[in-house]
Design a protein around this ligand. Structure first.
Ligand SMILES: Nc1ncnc2c1ncn2[C@@H]1O[C@H](COP(=O)(O)OP(=O)(O)OP(=O)(O)O)[C@@H](O)[C@H]1O
Length: 394
């Protein structure tokens, strides 16, 4: 995987006493201590984060935790006091923190586009003129500009609104214009600073869905700031949790939910429904950890020893038993398919949602659920206790 943006030991300090503040950062001082001793405000400290191409990397944390400060270092709207922010530009790495102005201009015009919370549309320009603004500033000719603007407006479903002014559009539509404007630059890296937080919840959910759909097609690298963990878990391929200017944990959504690094993160996830992120893979017991049930490749799927599978040499299931009776095994997706009295054991794929697994357990009198890989080989099992541990986080 190639890194699109690589933050290396980034410190950002607001105020004159940079040197003193950096010395205090090295001693592990908090923002409050640095402010008290130097009068400088710690924006962010010791931030390390690699954002791979095609990732949606979410910076998450309470207000003032330093999310926007770090984000804005990618196009040097904030200048790091120390450290580097490497941005990949046609295969070569540029340190935005220290590059010359011509290189910075090139990066801003062709590599990195930004979408703001308050849309940032110019009221005296029409929708199409707003979308074309970045192109105009970088000297793209009118004919090409028009074509690119038309294409991007179509992508966000706003072709009919090209000649309207911002105030004639709803908040959600204005933010779509903001997205189209960023897309129109064709920059591969998008910085999004709480782009949906000014919108009401329904529109917000809709735009999150639209962004994910667009991302399927466009495969940008997105760094997204949010203070909403539900939003972060939904759209992030990785999430970095920030506290007091420092990144305290980076991980995939399920890592954050299953293995919070400290109490601050635990507090954040305490109100999150784990069913919205966890999959069968996250909660299963590996087949190597299952107990043998006699000879001939039989394995118990559950600790209570109600259900066992006979696994053949290729890793495929050859026979199944439930409570001593021969059973059939079928996919969780077919949970409605048979009358409830047939003895059966359900199986799931690694990416099957935990909710689907639970439904299958419920339908089969809490029988364990097996996990099969794409070649239908048996890889592990999920018992009721695994589900409870994950949901209760114990
Ligand atoms: N231009 C600036 N000058 C001085 N201090 C600043 C500046 N920008 C940010 N700060 C300070 O840096 C700290 C981090 O702010 P930042 O905006 O990055 O937080 P945030 O996590 O994005 O918060 P929010 O969700 O409220 O936007 C805050 O204490 C803020 O007051």
């Amino acid at each position: 995987m190639n890194a699109a943006v690589d933050f290396k030991n980034v410190d950002i300090v607001f105020g004159a006493a940079q040197k003193e503040a950096l010395e205090l950062i090295d001693k592990g001082a908090t923002r409050a201590e640095i402010l008290e001793k130097t009068g400088a405000v710690l924006g962010c400290a010791e931030c390390n984060l690699t954002v791979n191409e095609g990732d949606i990397s979410v910076l998450m944390g309470l207000s003032g935790s330093g999310k926007s400060t770090l984000l804005r270092a990618v196009n040097r709207l904030n200048v790091p006091a120390r450290g580097s922010v490497m941005v990949t530009d046609d295969g070569r790495q540029v340190d935005v923190a220290s590059c010359d102005n011509a290189t910075l201009r090139h990066i801003r015009q062709t590599r990195v586009a930004m979408v703001f919370q308050q849309f940032g549309l110019l009221p005296w320009r029409t929708v199409e003129e707003n979308v074309g603004l970045g192109l105009e500033l970088s000297g793209v000719r009118e004919a090409e500009r028009k074509e690119r603007v038309r294409k991007q407006l179509a992508l966000v479903g706003l072709e009919q609104w090209a000649k309207k002014y911002a105030h004639e559009l709803s908040g959600g539509m204005q933010q779509r214009v903001g997205l189209a404007r960023a897309f129109a630059t064709e920059a591969p890296i998008l910085l999004m600073d709480e782009p949906f937080s000014a919108l009401d919840p329904l529109i917000r959910t809709k735009l999150q869905d639209e962004l994910l759909q667009l991302q399927e097609k466009l495969k940008k690298t997105i760094i997204f700031v949010s203070h909403d963990l539900e939003e972060a878990l939904k759209i992030g391929s990785h999430i970095s949790i920030m506290e007091g200017g420092r990144i305290v944990q980076t991980g995939a959504p399920e890592d954050i939910v299953l293995r919070p690094a400290n109490d601050y993160v635990r507090e954040f996830i305490s109100n999150v429904n784990p069913l919205s992120v966890l999959t069968a893979w996250n909660v299963m017991r590996d087949r190597r950890d299952l107990e043998h049930a006699g000879e001939d490749g039989w394995l118990w799927l559950d600790r209570r020893q109600t259900t066992r599978f006979k696994i053949d040499a290729d890793g495929l299931v050859a026979a199944a038993e439930r409570n001593g009776q021969p059973a059939i095994w079928l996919s969780c997706d077919e949970v409605e398919a048979l009358p409830p009295d047939a003895p059966r054991v359900f199986w799931a794929r690694p990416g099957t949602s935990l909710k689907t697994v639970m439904l299958a357990m419920h339908r089969s009198q809490t029988s364990p659920v097996a996990l099969f890989d794409e070649q239908s080989r048996f890889v592990g099992a999920i018992g009721i206790r695994d589900v409870l541990s994950a949901v209760l986080r114990r």
